[in-house]
Ligand binder design. Structure first.
Ligand code: ZN
Ligand code: ZN
Length: 704
């Protein structure tokens, strides 16, 4: 990547590389985007080469020219329609393709053809050689949906929010749209997007990975007449390049994408929207550790346009910025239509006896829903059957050999219901121990390795165990489990969601995969099984995450004509987290949590950077960080920052590597960055650094 030219260089001659070939006739990235990337390189203290590599589609990184072709569409020629099917008597594969294509006059793309026959390409070549096939190429944009959605009646608060955003077009401004779940944030986005498109502008919409649901895409397709490109991790590399090109050449007016789409070149960009702005997946957790929301805000500033952050549960940082007047706060305090917020009730586990993780009031509420033929959702953030396998005679707990963690017991049971049994389970092995941190798998021991007893039992509940318990309690109910294990096969999540929407499921059991982007109109009960997991954790963000998750999952209950109910099982009903939840007042939680952060000097009242190191050798990581600490003390820049001690990470050993971390805290952002620059220069020459793998995380989101 050539960024500039110079007549001389400080680098030794042998380190310089010569330009062998110029691949593109024009610069790939516009100046504003290069400026953004150069800012990101400085801000995250990451090399500009890797930063630019992140911003480019993989195929361009590999040296392919940016003059990309579109996606191929195969259709029958006019003559082909006269050909009788019997012609292909001797080639069943060609006949199958031919027949499928007869039914698709508009043509078919690779994905659809692969559904007809996995090895379709050779047969297609033969058909093509006979002059029966016409190939066209098209940019990778969403196909226009035939059924146009009607514009719903907008509430006065929705209109007001749209008007404020519209008024901000054409200049930099950061707006925070805080709308309760079901308040119609997407409708506000769409109405402003339509305005921008009418003026000839482009819009970039960033969503979390699990928020990019088929439902969301359909909604955009159904409403916007302009071409939309989608960018997410499920695309293959040529599809990604194709979408990138469509944005760059203005073929696509709207780009909907996950994290890395923030770097998409869009010459007419007029608005950036970040949906679920609080979501942790906007932060890249390895390599170039940028935060897409923060990069988007910087981009909006550089390009002089507004950026809209939307959430039912804004990040505390964003709430704080709104309180300080840096962001303009817009509110949608009520659910759209006549819908009422769900009634939240706490179930005090100190007084209730659990039946495999389910309390009597929750079981009764499930029963009522079954009788009324309404759907229920049980939420717990724990995959597998039981989180620990324990020997009841000596107390042995099955450990992971490579991590400081326990193995999770998986049973992969299949509930004997038609709905559930139609698909083959992904893991054919039935009982197994698995590590959720490194992926290691082990067979279930028959006897305890410590004392030889056969008295081994799973302790605690995971989604699989709840699924089994429900099958026993409600043999007539159709249970659908949705977690990472049950949706591993491509298309299985879509199929499960389809069944839920079609009313072919009564009870959903799932992890946080279920908390976002799904509207289930017939769902009236949400049960939270282990709300306490996020309380009293070592990570200062865990409480915020718990509340965000609970608000999101509670928001699945009830819609216009059917009021919802939320039952939360907890051992700590007095925790203020739950009060805010019951009052439907997220900002009440925000006020109390921000006061705590201020007292503890945590973000947004301080700026953090985390230096991490890891090594297969037990003490190498810690030794390097201790050396780093000593180096820092010698720097004058260190006088205005606060360095914690180097400590082993909360889970020290993971996948066979020993990990340690060192936290730097500063009141002023500039002071932090001045220190980091000086420090990193020294660290690069520290010889202990060569024996470990180390990285710097600016504004860390995960503290592990
Ligand atoms: Zn034992
Ligand atoms: Zn492990």
């Amino acid at each position: 990547m050539v960024l500039g030219m110079a007549m001389e260089s400080e680098l030794p001659h042998e380190k310089l590389k010569s330009i062998r070939q110029i691949l593109d006739s024009e610069p790939l990235l516009p100046p504003t985007l290069l400026e953004l990337l150069s800012w990101a390189s400085t801000y995250y203290h990451h090399s500009i080469g890797e930063v630019i590599a992140t911003a480019l589609p993989v195929l361009l990184r590999r040296g392919l020219s940016a003059a990309a072709t579109g996606e191929k569409r195969y259709a029958l020629t006019d003559e082909a329609h006269q050909v009788p099917t019997e012609t292909f008597q001797r080639s069943p594969l060609q006949r199958r393709l031919f027949q499928a294509m007869c039914q698709h006059a508009e043509g078919m793309q690779a994905a659809a053809l692969a559904e007809v026959a996995e090895n379709w390409r050779d047969a297609m070549k033969r058909l093509e050689a006979r002059g029966l096939i016409r190939i066209t190429e098209e940019p990778c944009l969403l196909s226009k949906s035939a059924d146009r959605h009607l514009i719903p009646q907008r509430s006065p608060t929705q209109e007001e929010a749209s008007a404020t955003i519209r008024a901000a077009l054409g200049r930099f401004q950061c707006l925070l749209l805080h709308g309760v779940t079901g308040s119609g944030k997407t409708e506000v986005y769409l109405s402003v997007i339509e305005d921008v498109l009418a003026r000839g502008g482009q819009v970039l919409v960033l969503v979390p990975e699990i928020g990019l649901t088929p439902q969301l895409i359909k909604r955009f397709e159904g409403r916007l007449t302009a071409p939309v490109a989608v960018m997410h991790s499920g695309l293959n590399e040529s599809e990604r390049l194709c979408a990138w090109q469509a944005a760059r050449t203005e073929l696509a007016a709207v780009v909907i994408g996950t994290r890395s789409a923030v770097y998409t070149p869009m010459p007419k960009l007029a608005l950036i929207i970040i949906d679920e702005e609080h979501d942790a997946s906007f932060k890249q957790q390895d390599g170039f550790r940028y935060h897409a929301r923060d990069v988007a805000i910087k981009r909006a500033r550089l390009e002089g346009l507004p950026v809209l952050l939307g959430s039912a549960t804004p990040a505390l940082e964003s709430l704080h910025n709104a309180q300080q007047g840096r962001y303009q706060l817009l509110s949608l305090p009520e659910r759209a239509g006549a819908a009422q917020p769900p009634v939240v009730t706490l179930l005090d586990l100190r007084r209730l006896k659990l039946n495999e993780g389910l309390s009597p009031p929750l079981i009764e509420a499930l029963q009522t829903r079954l009788l009324r033929q309404e759907q229920s959702l049980l939420f717990l953030n724990r995959r597998g059957f039981a989180p620990v396998l324990m020997c009841h005679d000596c107390g042995w707990l099955a450990p992971c050999k490579r991590c400081d963690a326990r193995l999770t017991l998986h049973r992969d049971v299949r509930v004997s219901r038609e709905a559930g049994s139609r698909e083959r389970p992904f893991h054919q092995r039935s009982r197994q121990l698995r590590c959720h941190h490194c992926g290691a798998e082990a067979p279930l021991p028959v006897n305890c390795p410590a004392c030889g007893s056969g008295n081994l039992h799973g302790i605690g509940e995971g989604t699989e165990r709840i699924e089994t318990a429900l099958a026993r309690l409600f043999p007539q109910a159709r249970v659908e489990r949705i977690d990472r294990d049950s949706t591993r096969r491509k298309g299985s999540l879509e199929e499960k969601l389809r069944r839920v929407h079609a009313g072919e499921a009564d009870i959903l059991v799932g992890t946080q995969m279920l908390t976002k982007g799904h509207d289930f109109p017939n769902l009236t009960l949400v049960g939270v099984l282990n709300a306490d997991q996020g309380l009293y954790s070592a990570d200062f963000r865990s409480e915020e995450r718990l509340v965000q998750q609970l608000v999101q999952v509670a928001g699945r209950a009830g819609r216009a004509d059917k009021p919802g109910e939320v039952l939360i099982q907890t051992f700590h009903p007095d925790n203020p987290v739950f009060a805010a939840l019951a009052h439907h007042d997220y900002r009440e939680f925000g006020r109390y949590a921000l006061a705590e952060r201020a007292a503890a000097h945590y973000p947004p009242f301080a700026h953090l950077a985390l230096l991490r190191a890891e090594s297969p050798k037990p003490d190498a990581a810690l030794a390097f960080l201790r050396a780093a600490h000593t180096l820092a003390e010698a720097l004058t820049e260190a006088e205005v920052v606060h360095l914690m001690d180097a400590v082993p990470s909360p889970m020290e050993r993971r996948a066979g590597r020993y990990r340690a971390q060192l936290l730097v805290q500063a009141g002023e952002r500039k002071a932090l960055h001045d220190f980091l620059s000086a420090w990193l220069k020294r660290l690069e020459h520290e010889k202990r650094g060569r024996q470990v793998r180390w990285s710097l995380d600016v504004d860390p989101v995960e503290m592990f």
